[in-house]
Design a protein around this ligand. Structure first.
Ligand SMILES: *[C@@H]1O[C@H](CO)[C@@H](O)[C@H](O)[C@H]1NC(C)=O
Ligand SMILES: *[C@@H]1O[C@H](CO)[C@@H](O)[C@H](O)[C@H]1NC(C)=O
Ligand SMILES: *[C@@H]1O[C@H](CO)[C@@H](O)[C@H](O)[C@H]1NC(C)=O
Ligand SMILES: *[C@@H]1O[C@H](CO)[C@@H](O)[C@H](O)[C@H]1NC(C)=O
Ligand SMILES: *[C@@H]1O[C@H](CO)[C@@H](O)[C@H](O)[C@H]1NC(C)=O
Length: 854
C-alpha cells in the first residue's frame, strides 16, 4: 500500500466522522459490540460511532476495513467472539498480544479481502484450519507465539500473495508441506520452535525472493540441501537446534547477501566449505556444537564484516590462521572446546572491538601476549585448560571493563598482577597454575579461595601471622626479648602517631556539618525524604573510598552510597573548580536549587548537593543498571535491553528533552547528551542525567555562549566547531547520535557522515541494527525502529536549521503509527532520510512511519 493510500484512508475516515456521517452499518456495529472486545466506556458511548472506536477504521461506505488492536489494548476474550462473517470489508486484522483465547474460527476464512492477519502472541489453541486458503489476498500471516497444534495444512500453498509467514513458537508437528513452493512472493518464512520434522522440501528452493528463513529449534533431519544456494536474496538463515546431519553444502557460498548464519547444535560433520569465504556480508557465523572437523579455511579471512564467530564444541584442529587477527570488527570470538593448537600472536591486539574471547579447552601454548592490553573493550576472557606458559600480562590491569577472567589449568608462573583497577571484575579463576607470591589483598577479599587453589607457591599475606611466626623464633634469647619489647613499643607508638596524623589529615570526618554550615564553608540542600546528614554520606562511602566508585567522567567521579535508611544514591563528586570564589558558590546554590525542582518521569532526580571547600558533590537517585553506554557494551545487558525497551528508551529521552526545551518553567539546554548521560534503572527504563551540570560548571551560566565546549566527543553538533553558540539544536544533534547508537548497539561513527554526504552508498536499515538482538518480530516495534531511525537522521542534519525541534520529535512518537508500506528488510537509510523531510515540511506525522513506494 502506498503512502498516499494510507493517508487517504486516515483522512477519509476523519472526514466521515466529522463532516458527513457515513451510512451506519447495523450488522457491523453489532458484530463489534457483541464481541465485547471494547470496554463499556467505549461501546456505551452513543455519540461515538463504531468507526471511531480505538483501533477501528472504516472505508468510505462506513464498513469496517481495519481492526488494529495490540498490546496497548488487552482484549482477553475469545477470538470466536467476533462474528467475522459480518465484516466483509475487513482488509487488516491486527490482534497481536491481546490475550485472546480459543481456536481460530472458520468464519475468519470468509474475510477474502484480508491482506494482513496478525494473531501472534495470544493463547490460541487447535489447528490452523485448511480454509485459510480462501484468504487469497493475504500478504502477511503471523500466528506465532500461540499453542496451535497439528500439522501445517498444504492448502496454505494457495496464498500466493503471501510475503511474510510466521508460525513460530507453536506446537505444530508433521512436515513442511511441499505446496510451500508455490508461495513465490514469500520473503520471510519463520517456523522456529515447533515440533516439525522431516527434511527441508526441495520446493523451498523455488522461493528465490526469500530474505529470511528461520527453521530453528525443531526436529528437522537430513542434510542441509544444496538448493539452499538458490535463495540468493537470503540475509538470514537460522537452522540451529535441529538434527541436520552431513556436510555444510558448498552452494551456501552463493548467498552473497547473507548476514546471519546460525547452524549451531546440529549434527553437521565434515569441514567448513571454502565457499563460505564468498559470504562477504556475513556478520554472524555460529557453528557451535556440531561434529565439524579440520582446519579453519583461510577463505574465512575475507569476511571482514564479521562481528560474531562461534565455532565452539567441534573437533577443529590446527593453529588459528593468521587472518583471524585481521577481522577487526570481531566482537565475539568463541573457539572453546576444540583441538586448536599453536600460540597466540601479538596481532591479537588488532581486535580492538573484541568483547568476548573464549579459547578454553584447546591445546594452545606459548605466552599470553601483552598486546591483549589493546583490547580495551574486552569483558570476558577465558583461556582456561590450555598449555599457556609465562606470566599473566600486567596489561590486563588496564582492561577496565573486564568482568570475567579465567586462566585456570595452564602453566602460568610469576606473581599475580594487581587487578584491583578492574573494578567490574566479578569472576576470577587462576587456579591450577604455577603462580607464586602473595595474593593481592583486594583479590582475597573479593574472590573465594577456589580461585587460587592448585598454585603451590601462592600465599595469603597476613601480617599478624607473619609477626607471630617471627616472634616464636626469636623468643629463645633474652636479648631478643628486649629487642622485641623495643620493637613492639615502636610499632605501638608509631601507629598511634600515624593514626593521629591520619585523623588530622581528614578533618571532614570529625567536623559536624552544622558547624561548617555556620562558618559558611558548607552549603547543602536536601530535597530528600528526610534529611541526609553529611556524615552519612562520608560513612557510606568511607570518605569516598575507591571501592565505591562506579565511574569517572570529565567532571569528576561517581560513587554509589547506601544510606542508613537503606536507600541507594549516586554521588557525583565534582572537581572543585572555583574553590575560593564565594559568588560562584551562591550561583551554584541557586542553580542546584532550581535543578532539584525539576520533575519529569524520565529525568534523574537530583536530591541535593554538598559544597565544601574540600569537596563538592551532587546527590542523585541511583540507577541500578548504570549508563546506556555501559549497557550497550555488555553482551548480556545489551540483549536484555531488547527492541521494545530500546524504543521506549529513545522515546522517553525525547520526551524528557522536549520537556526541558519547551515545556518547563525555565527551559534549559542540556549541552552534553551522550549515552553516558542516559541511565537505566532496574527495569531498563531510561532517565536523562546531568541536566544543568554543564551549566553549573560554566562560568557564565546565564548566556548561551560557552567558553569551553562541554559536550562529549562524538556527540557534539558539527557547528560547534566554528561557532560558540549553544542552543537546543545542539541537544537535538546529540539526541540523534544517541538514538542511532541505541539502534546500532554502538556509536554510529562513520555511518552517519558517509550517509549524509551524497556519495555514500545506500545502507539497508536491517544491516545496521544491533546484531546481538534478533530481528524485531513485532510489527509495532519494527515501525517504531523505522520512525526512530528516520527521526534520528533528521536530527543529525549538519545544518541546525533543518533539524527538527525536540517537541516535533516527541510529538512524532506520540502520533499513531501506520503500518510500513514496505517490508522491513527492504528499507534503506537513504529512503528514510528522504522520507523524513515530508513531516519536517509540515506534512502529516504519519508519513514518517510509512514509506512511499514511488
Ligand atoms: C463519548 O465520546 C466523545 C468523543 O470521544 C467524548 O467527547 C465524550 O466525553 C464521551 N462520552 C462519554 C459519556 O464517555
Ligand atoms: C507476549 O505477550 C505477553 C503478555 O501478553 C508479553 O508479556 C510478552 O512480552 C509478549 N511476548 C512477545 C514475544 O511479544
Ligand atoms: C556425516 O553425517 C552423515 C549423516 O548424518 C553420516 O551418514 C556420515 O557417515 C557422517 N560422516 C562422517 C565422516 O562422520
Ligand atoms: C568458555 O567456554 C567454556 C567451555 O564451554 C565455558 O565453561 C566458560 O563458561 C566460557 N567462558 C566464558 C567467560 O564465557
Ligand atoms: C585441565 O585441562 C585438561 C586438558 O587440557 C583437562 O583434561 C582437565 O579436566 C582440566 N582440569 C580442570 C580442573 O579443569
Amino acid at each position: 500500500m502506498s503512502l498516499v493510500v494510507l493517508i487517504t484512508i486516515a483522512f477519509s475516515c476523519y472526514n466521515l466522522i466529522v463532516a458527513a456521517p457515513p451510512a451506519f452499518k447495523q450488522s457491523e456495529a453489532s458484530a463489534l459490540r457483541n464481541s465485547r472486545w471494547w470496554p463499556p466506556s467505549v461501546t456505551g458511548n452513543t455519540t461515538l460511532l463504531y468507526c471511531a472506536w480505538p483501533g477501528v477504521s472504516c472505508d468510505d461506505h462506513g464498513s469496517v476495513d481495519w481492526i488494529y488492536l495490540t498490546n496497548m489494548y488487552r482484549i482477553g476474550g475469545n477470538l470466536s467472539d467476533m462474528n467475522f462473517s459480518l465484516l466483509p470489508s475487513l482488509t487488516y486484522l491486527q490482534l497481536m498480544n491481546t490475550e485472546l483465547t480459543g481456536v481460530i474460527p472458520l468464519q475468519i476464512c470468509t474475510l477474502s479481502r484480508l491482506t494482513h492477519l496478525d494473531l501472534s502472541n495470544n493463547s490460541l489453541v487447535g489447528k490452523l484450519p485448511p480454509c485459510v486458503q480462501n484468504l487469497i489476498n493475504l500478504e502477511v500471516l503471523y500466528i506465532d507465539h500461540n499453542q496451535i497444534s497439528g500439522s501445517i495444512p498444504p492448502e496454505l500453498g494457495n496464498l500466493e500473495r503471501l510475503t511474510d509467514l510466521n508460525l513460530g513458537f507453536n506446537a505444530l508437528n508433521g512436515v513442511v508441506p511441499l505446496t510451500i513452493g508455490r508461495l513465490h512472493n514469500l520473503k520471510s518464512l519463520i517456523f522456529s520452535s515447533n515440533d516439525l520434522g522431516g527434511s527441508i522440501p526441495l520446493e523451498l528452493g523455488n522461493l528465490t525472493e526469500m530474505h529470511i528463513v528461520d527453521l530453528s529449534c525443531n526436529n528437522f533431519t537430513g542434510p542441509i540441501p544444496s538448493f539452499i544456494g538458490n535463495l540468493t536474496s537470503l540475509t538470514l538463515l537460522y537452522l540451529q537446534e535441529n538434527k541436520f546431519g552431513g556436510f555444510i553444502p558448498p552452494e551456501i557460498g552463493n548467498l552473497m547477501n547473507l548476514t546471519h548464519l546460525n547452524l549451531q547444535r546440529n549434527k553437521l560433520n565434515g569441514s567448513i566449505p571454502l565457499e563460505i569465504g564468498d559470504l562477504r556480508n556475513l556478520r554472524l557465523l555460529n557453528l557451535n556444537s556440531n561434529n565439524l572437523v579440520g582446519k579453519i579455511p583461510l577463505e574465512l579471512g575475507r569476511l571482514i564484516e564479521m562481528s560474531f564467530v562461534d565455532l565452539s564444541s567441534n573437533v577443529f584442529t590446527g593453529p588459528l590462521p593468521s587472518f583471524i587477527w585481521n577481522l577487526t570488527f570481531l566482537t565475539y570470538l568463541s573457539l572453546q572446546v576444540n583441538k586448536f593448537s599453536g600460540s597466540i600472536p601479538s596481532a591479537i591486539g588488532n581486535l580492538e572491538y573484541l568483547i568476548k574471547l573464549n579459547l578454553s579447552e584447546n591445546r594452545f601454548h606459548g605466552a599470553i601476549p601483552s598486546e591483549i592490553g589493546n583490547l580495551r573493550r574486552l569483558e570476558f576472557l577465558d583461556l582456561s585448560s590450555n598449555n599457556f606458559v609465562g606470566k599473566i600480562p600486567v596489561e590486563l590491569v588496564i582492561l577496565r571493563w573486564l568482568s570475567q577472567l579465567d586462566l585456570h589449568n595452564n602453566s602460568l608462573f610469576g606473581l599475580i598482577p594487581a587487578l584491583k583497577s578492574n573494578s567490574f571484575l566479578y569472576r576470577l579463576n587462576l587456579s591450577y597454575n604455577h603462580l607464586k607470591g602473595p595474593i593481592p589483598k583486594n583479590l582475597v577479599a573479593a574472590f573465594p579461595h577456589t580461585a587460587f587453589i592448585g598454585n603451590d607457591d601462592l600465599y595469603y599475606f597476613d601480617e599478624t601471622q607473619t609477626y607471630r611466626r617471627r616472634s616464636s623464633v626469636i623468643l629463645h634469647t633474652p636479648v631478643f626479648i628486649l629487642l622485641a619489647v623495643v620493637f613492639i613499643s615502636c610499632i605501638v607508638i608509631g601507629s598511634c602517631f600515624l593514626i593521629q596524623l591520619a585523623t588530622k589529615s581528614m578533618p571532614i570526618k570529625t567536623v559536624q556539618p552544622e558547624t561548617l554550615e555556620k562558618n559558611g564553608n558548607f552549603l547543602s540542600i536536601w530535597n530528600y525524604d528526610g534529611k541526609i546528614a553529611y556524615e552519612d554520606i562520608i560513612n557510606a562511602t568511607e570518605d569516598f573510598d575507591l571501592k565505591y566508585c562506579i565511574g569517572t567522567g570529565g567532571y569528576g567521579s561517581v560513587y554509589r552510597a547506601r544510606l542508613p535508611n537503606g536507600k541507594a544514591v549516586a554521588l557525583k563528586k565534582l572537581h572543585r573548580l572555583e574553590a575560593e570564589d564565594p559568588s560562584f558558590d551562591k550561583s551554584f546554590r541557586n542553580e542546584v536549587k532550581h535543578l532539584t525542582e525539576i520533575r519529569h518521569r524520565s529525568i534523574i532526580k537530583l536530591h541535593g548537593f554538598c559544597l565544601h571547600r574540600r569537596c563538592m558533590f551532587l546527590i542523585y537517585e541511583f540507577m541500578e543498571n548504570g549508563s546506556l553506554f555501559c549497557v550497550l557494551r555488555d553482551d548480556v545487558e545489551a540483549v536484555e535491553l531488547d527492541w521494545s525497551k530500546r524504543v521506549d528508551l529513545v522515546q522517553d529521552t525525547a520526551h524528557a528533552l522536549s520537556y526541558m526545551h519547551h515545556d518547563c518553567a525555565r527551559p534549559m539546554v542540556h549541552r552534553d547528551i551522550s549515552s553516558n548521560n542516559i541511565l537505566l534503572n532496574s527495569r531498563m527504563q531510561a532517565f536523562v542525567s546531568d541536566f544543568g551540570t554543564t551549566r553549573l560548571l560554566d562560568h557564565d551560566s546565564s548566556s548561551n555562549f560557552t567558553a569551553n565546549i562541554a559536550g562529549t566527543y562524538g556527540y557534539i553538533a558539527p557547528e560547534l566547531a566554528y561557532t560558540l553558540i549553544v542552543n537546543e539544536k545542539c541537544d537535538v544533534y546529540s539526541f540523534g547520535v544517541v538514538a542511532m547508537e541505541t539502534m546500532i548497539g554502538e556509536h554510529p561513527g562513520d555511518i552517519v557522515s558517509t550517509l549524509l554526504t551524497s556519495s555514500g552508498e545506500d545502507i539497508m536499515l536491517h544491516r545496521i541494527l544491533d546484531p546481538r538482538l534478533p530481528f524485531p518480530r513485532e510489527n509495532s516495534v519494527a515501525r517504531s525502529i523505522v520512525l526512530i531511525v528516520s527521526l534520528a537522521l533528521a536530527c543529525l542534519s549538519a545544518n541546525p536549521k533543518s533539524r527538527p525541534t525536540m517537541k516535533q520529535v516527541s510529538e512524532a512518537f506520540l502520533a499513531r503509527k501506520l503500518p510500513l508500506a514496505k517490508s522491513f528488510h527492504e528499507i534503506s537509510l537513504a529512503q528514510l532520510q528522504n522520507n523524513n523531510r515530508s513531516w519536517l515540511e509540515g506534512g502529516p506525522t504519519e508519513a514518517s512511519s510509512g514509506l512511499s513506494d514511488e
